[in-house]
Design a protein around this ligand. Structure first.
Ligand code: NAP
Length: 302
C-alpha cells in the first residue's frame, strides 16, 4: 500500500492540469491513467479555440502538458483503477498491483463519445469523422457535412456548422428532436440545413478521407456527398466505480458544481466527468486548477 496526499484519476487535460497545480502546492501526488496521457484532445487535429495557443495540434498540446506536469514533479502510473472506497477519512484507490491510500482524490476520468457503430466510422476518425463541431467545424468551411443525432448537442452542432459550411445534412433516427424547442425552431429556419428524419447512417465512404455516406430511411437508401460527418449521439460517463461513494446525476456524471466538490468529502470531480454546461479543453483545464486548489485547502483543514 502506498500513501499519498492526492490521487488524480485520469491524465487528460483536467487531470494533468490538476497535477500541475497540486505539485506547485506541495502535495504528494500520483496520477493514475488507464491508457495514454492526453485524453480526448489527442484525437483532435488542430486546436483553434484554446486561448493563446492558436493552431496547436491535439497531440502536441497533450505532450506539452504532460512534459510540464512531469517537469514540476508529477508522477504518472499507467494502471486502471479497479475499485475505490473510503474508510476513516482515507480513500482506498485500487489498481491491479497497488492500493493507494489517499487523503483526497480528484476524479478526472472524462467521458466518452458514444459511437454510431457503422462501417467507416472508426477508419475515418480524424479524417472527416469528428465528435466535436466547435473543435473541428472550421476545417469544413464552405463544404458539405452531415450531423448525426437528435439531442441538444446535435442540433446546436448543426446550427453552428450551418454558419460555416455550405450545406448541413441533419440525420436523425426519429421524426422529432429531443433538443430544446428554441434550438429546433432555429434549425428548421436555417436555409442550408436539410433534415433527414427517420434516417440511419449505414456506412461512411471515402478513400483517404470522408467523401460521402449512405443513409437509410423509410423511403429507401440515399447516398449523400459530404466531406465531414459530425457524430453527436451522446456522451457516456464512466463513473460506475464511484456510485456508492457519492451522488451522480441522472446521466451518470458527478453531481459537482464549479468548485468541483462532489457529495463525498475529499473527493473532487474535474472536467468532462462532472455535470457542466460546456465540455471543452479550456473548461477541463480550469476544473483541474480549481479541483487541485480545493484538494490542497481540504488537506489543510482536515
Ligand atoms: P442526448 O441528449 O443523449 O441525445 C443523443 C441523441 O443521439 C438522441 O437524439 C438519440 O436519439 C441519438 N442517438 C443515440 N444513439 C444513437 C445511434 N446509435 N444512432 C443514431 N442516433 C442515436 O445527447 P447530447 O445531445 O450529447 O446531450 C447530452 C446532455 O447534455 C443532454 O442532457 C443535453 O440536454 C445536454 N446538453 C444541453 C445543452 C444545452 O442546454 N444547451 C447543449 C448540449 C447538451 P433518440 O432521440 O432516438 O434517443
Amino acid at each position: 500500500m502506498q500513501q499519498k496526499d492526492l490521487v488524480i484519476i485520469g491524465a487528460g487535460t483536467a487531470g494533468l492540469t490538476a497535477a500541475i497545480y497540486a505539485c506547485r502546492s506541495g502535495l504528494d501526488t500520483i496520477v493514475l491513467e488507464e491508457s495514454m496521457y492526453g485524453g480526448q484532445i489527442v484525437s483532435t487535429g488542430e486546436i483553434e479555440n484554446y486561448p493563446g495557443m492558436p493552431g496547436v495540434d491535439g497531440f502536441g498540446f497533450a505532450s506539452s502538458l504532460h512534459q510540464q506536469a512531469e517537469g514540476l514533479g508529477a508522477k504518472i502510473q499507467f494502471a486502471p483503477v479497479t475499485a475505490i472506497s473510503k474508510a476513516d477519512s482515507w480513500f482506498y484507490v485500487e489498481t491491479p498491483d497497488t492500493t493507494w491510500l489517499a487523503k483526497t482524490v480528484i476524479a478526472a476520468n472524462g467521458a466518452v463519445h458514444r459511437k454510431l457503430g457503422c462501417e467507416g466510422e472508426e477508419a475515418f476518425q480524424g479524417k472527416g469523422v469528428s465528435y466535436c463541431a466547435t473543435c473541428d467545424g472550421a476545417f469544413f468551411k464552405n463544404k458539405s457535412v452531415a450531423v448525426v443525432g437528435g439531442g441538444n448537442t446535435a442540433v446546436e452542432d448543426a446550427l453552428y456548422l450551418s454558419g460555416i459550411c455550405q450545406k448541413v445534412h441533419m440525420i436523425h433516427r426519429r421524426d422529432s428532436f429531443r433538443a430544446h424547442r428554441i434550438s429546433v425552431e432555429k434549425l428548421l429556419a436555417a436555409p442550408n440545413v436539410q433534415i433527414h428524419y427517420q434516417s440511419q447512417v449505414l456506412r461512411i465512404n471515402g478513400k483517404d478521407r470522408v467523401e460521402g455516406l449512405e443513409v437509410s430511411s423509410p423511403a429507401g437508401t440515399e447516398a449523400l456527398q459530404v466531406q465531414g460527418v459530425f457524430v453527436a449521439v451522446g456522451l457516456a460517463p464512466k463513473n460506475q466505480l464511484f456510485s456508492s461513494l457519492c451522488q451522480l446525476d441522472e446521466s451518470g456524471y458527478f453531481a459537482a458544481g464549479e468548485d468541483c466538490r462532489t457529495t463525498c468529502e475529499g473527493l473532487f470531480a474535474a472536467g468532462d466527468t462532472r455535470t457542466k454546461p460546456l465540455r471543452q479543453l479550456v473548461t477541463a483545464a480550469a476544473d483541474g486548477a480549481v479541483a487541485a486548489s480545493m484538494a490542497a485547502a481540504y488537506i489543510q483543514t482536515h
